[in-house]
Design a protein around this ligand. Sequence first.
Ligand code: PEP
Ligand code: MN
Length: 339
Amino acid sequence: MIVMAPGAAEEQIKAVTARLETTGVHVLVMPGELTTAIGAIGDPAGVSELGLEGMPGVDRVVPISRPYKLASSELAHHEPTSVHVGGRVVGGGETFALIAGPCTVETREGTLGVAQAVKAAGASMLRGGAFKPRSSPFAFKGMGLAGLELLAEAREATGLPVVTELLDSSHADAVAEVADVVQIGARNMQNYALLEVAGKLGKPVLLKRGLSSTVDELLMSADYVLKEGNEAVILCERGIRTFETATRFTLDLGAIPWLKLHSHLPVVVDPSHAAGDRRLVEPLSRAAAAVGADGVIVEVHEDPEVALCDGPQALYARDFAAYAQSVAAHAALSGKRLA
Ligand code: PEP
Ligand code: MN
């Protein structure tokens, strides 16, 4: 990481960039409020031989020793990143995002009904899948394009920005047209080609941790999106595979403060997929707030008994206001108000 001196001239930045490019490293110029930082990702030996410290306008060269680079809090000029979505803020330490909605878009009435209910209770964004990754190829895979249209209608009706999953690069344009935040699902966290596609869409990306991925791997996956010049990445802890089977996944609460220490990116928690049981969703959400999460993404349904996907973990829409109040109170203990 090359940190330019405050007020370094454009030509000086260009000269450093050009010299870096002779070594074949990936170069990323990141203008900050006071200084510009230049990321050089690749073989550190080649870069250290360039004598960059002596170039005009260069303040210092900071080696980043971790396997993840752009997502790292070692990144020289990085304040905690806050992601702005339709007037809502995720990250930055002052707000708590309540992202809520059905697992899957199933019907027009159901989607609009849940959207109205979560909006009334203070949710900041609407979630809902139109393209669903399912363990069995015979399960309901979502409404596809028709589902995206219903999400757009729900946004129109409520003003809530929409978070929806990009499952396959062939849907990228259609998803980007409707999504305010593009979700990359746990199963695709290591689909590196898809991460690059998502990074180019010009929309914030909510990146879920893989079922069996380490936090280092999560941050390296975030690097794939960031290196496309997209700085708006939200990390999501959604539970991992462990020997424990009583819960659907094991919510790794320790990962949240760890990620806040080692990365500048905002972190939200998905208590629904971790729990697999709606009775655990509120306590896990409160815990998420207590360990410093920037928000939760939670599943809600008007009639979970008939949901086509993940009914047992969906909160009843009629219970959502009480849930939101409880979680907001816990977020307030950490100095955060609902986004
Ligand atoms: C989802 O949020 O709809 C989902 C499928 O979650 P995950 O990718 O975490 O399993
Ligand atoms: Mn689900």
